[in-house]
Design a protein around this ligand. Structure first.
Ligand code: ASP
Length: 592
């Protein structure tokens, strides 16, 4: 068989420098741009390492020039030529090869390219479905190339760091029985056991715990996880976690190694200094000050509780809220005292959309006027006290709500984020990490009218709260923690249960009976009776961290082949219907 032969590159398109002047080189790559100038043809030849200018001169090589005229964007070519210095004034400081060019002696067209539906040569915005359909072209664009290189470096730095720390990378199975992480499972029918199904792992949680029982006291895996969820919030049905587990550790050991991992990765990959230790904030404090459990601490505008300062006013809404155990809270919108009626209505609209009845505003006019309905009900002293409590100055606008403390805080928290963006208060260059700790063990699922675990059911309750498990489960705090970066939850973890009895009690509280626990998780419960060490872990999300590091809005931009928000792969067409023969073999029938 005749193999296709072509002149193979002697250097990449990012290599040529002044020191190569005078040598003959071969470059292989894609035609990035063609410029016809002053009777010459210039090609920017591109590969993932960079770009080199190659020149065709009709005087020197007329036949070559004629061939070069046929070159179009994204043709794949091989050129052989002489490296020479660019003429004076034509040096390009923006690219590494900018001092030189290659005068072409030989050209081979290795492949042509239809007119690309996406311009590779510029990063201008293109409809995302087109990008996902033609992902192979989209991935040629410099932004996506940089993102995937960054992701690779982060994964490599992770492996290097954890290896140095004595962690072992161990793979766990993809075909498993269910792991409860709170999402739906993707199921895979078994041919050998018709009517039975594997689940794809929502995380390696159970396996990594069992590895602890087996004595692999420091485990990690850059693990693919699968969760069949509605994808509205920037999620993917399959995503990647830096999954970690350790034995004989306390919470602070896990937090310590994870923050040093982040510090190492950001330093090695981006030369960014991340200070450690990360601030640790209790869940309760986070909910009170920021209205959510993933505070964005890149800007202030925190929620302030003024209940104590408005206890004795004549304002009915305050008195009703306080009387029924609620609170009065608000945020200061700096420099917004001049908001028009329309702008104030927009704030109310925002609060209403978030579920509130409304929001009260008070403008602290530059001339000292307190412009608000409140001025009718509060004495001048009470107004002065309120201003001081908020730490507000003239020119600011107060946005105040009264009601159940957590409910109003959640809405104020949303407003804070929205206004932080609108008022341009968020420094995009910052990477603010912190830990939120002491999560509640359980939360109440209103729809299903039952308790569920806030993290997953393998999380240990705090020892001092264990006695409340049966009586007041909603008061139980868990030894669970999240790592937060710029207002995003980027890792979750916990100290685990390693006693059969406690595991059953935790299951019972969420309605999993002893029998069901035995049936579903008997294998794990058994391991607890064979020398399970105390253990805990965490799982930073590689996609999210890489997206934030790359300055991208969505994790799709740091995943080579993501699904769209409908869960479809627009390039391959997955998911697809399958042949009826295939279903028959699996003894499956599709309804409808
Ligand atoms: N398995 C957990 C998760 O996927 C992480 C952990 O607890 O280590 O969120």
């Amino acid at each position: 068989m005749k193999t296709q032969s072509f002149s193979k590159r002697t250097m990449t398109c990012g290599d040529a420098r002044a020191e190569h002047i005078g040598s003959t080189v071969v470059l292989n790559g894609w035609v990035h741009r063609r410029r016809d100038l002053g009777g010459l043809i210039f090609i920017d030849l591109r590969d993932r390492y960079g770009m080199t200018q190659v020149v065709f001169n009709p005087q020197e090589k007329p036949e070559l020039f004629a061939q070069a005229e046929k070159l179009r964007s994204e043709f794949v070519i091989s050129v052989t030529g002489l490296v020479r210095e660019r003429p004076e004034g034509a040096h390009n400081a923006n690219i590494a090869t900018g001092d030189v060019e290659v005068a072409v002696n030989e050209l081979e067209i290795l492949n042509t390219c239809k007119t690309p539906p996406i311009q590779v040569a510029d990063n201008s915005s293109v409809d995302e479905s087109l990008r996902l359909k033609f992902r192979f072209l989209d991935l040629r664009r410099s932004r996506m190339q940089e993102n995937l290189i960054l992701r690779h470096k982060m994964a490599k730095a992770t492996r290097d760091f954890l290896d140095k720390e004595g962690f072992l990378e161990i793979e766990t199975p993809m075909l498993v029985s269910a792991t409860p992480e709170g999402a739906r499972d993707f199921l895979v029918p078994s041919r050998l056991s018709p009517g039975k199904f594997y689940a794809l792992p929502q995380s390696p949680q159970i396996f990594k715990q069992i590895l602890m029982v087996s004595g692999f006291d420091k485990y990690f895996q850059i693990a693919r996880c699968f969760r069949d969820e509605d994808l509205r919030a920037d999620r993917q049905p399959e995503f990647t976690q830096i999954d970690m587990e350790m034995s004989f550790v306390s919470r602070d050991d896990v937090l310590g190694v994870s923050e040093r991992l982040m510090q190492y990765v950001f330093k090695t990959v981006m030369n960014i200094d991340i200070p450690v230790p990360f601030h640790r904030m209790s869940w309760e404090e986070s909910m009170n000050r920021f209205g959510n459990d993933k505070p964005d601490t890149r800007f202030g505008m925190e929620i302030i509780d003024v209940t104590e300062h408005v206890k004795n006013t004549e304002f009915q809404a305050f008195n009703d809220a306080i009387g029924s155990g609620g609170a009065v809270r608000g945020i200061v919108l700096p420099g917004c005292a001049g908001y028009s009626r329309k702008q104030l209505d927009e704030l109310t609209e925002f609060a209403k959309k978030a579920g509130a009845k409304g929001i009260l505003s008070a403008a602290l006019k530059e001339d000292g006027e307190f412009k608000s309905v409140l001025s009718k009900y509060l004495s001048p002293e009470q107004i002065a006290e309120l201003k001081t409590a908020f730490g507000a100055k003239d020119g600011d606008l107060l946005a105040i709500m009264a009601g159940e403390a957590m409910f109003i805080s959640a809405i104020l928290g949303k407003l804070r984020l929205e206004m932080g963006k609108r008022l341009n208060l968020i420094d995009k260059g910052k990477f603010n990490f912190l830990y939120v700790v002491d999560f509640p063990m359980y939360k109440y699922n209103e729809e299903e009218k039952r308790l569920e675990t806030e993290h997953h059911p393998f999380t240990s309750p705090k020892p001092e709260d264990m006695h409340l498990l049966e009586t007041e489960p909603l008061k139980v705090k868990a030894d669970a923690y999240d790592m937060v970066l710029n207002g995003n939850e980027v890792a979750s973890g916990s100290i685990r249960i390693h006693s059969r009895d406690l595991q059953k009690r935790v299951f019972n509280a969420i309605g999993i009976s002893d029998e069901e626990a035995e049936e579903k998780f008997g294998f794990l419960l058994n391991t607890f009776e064979y020398g399970a060490p105390p253990h805990g872990g965490i799982a930073p999300g590689l996609d999210r961290i890489a997206a934030i590091a790359a300055g991208e809005e969505t994790i799709r931009d740091v995943i080579a082949f993501p699904k769209n928000t409908g869960g479809d792969c627009l390039m391959t067409g997955a998911p697809i219907a399958v042949e009826s023969d295939q279903l028959k073999i699996l003894k499956l029938k599709v309804e409808g």
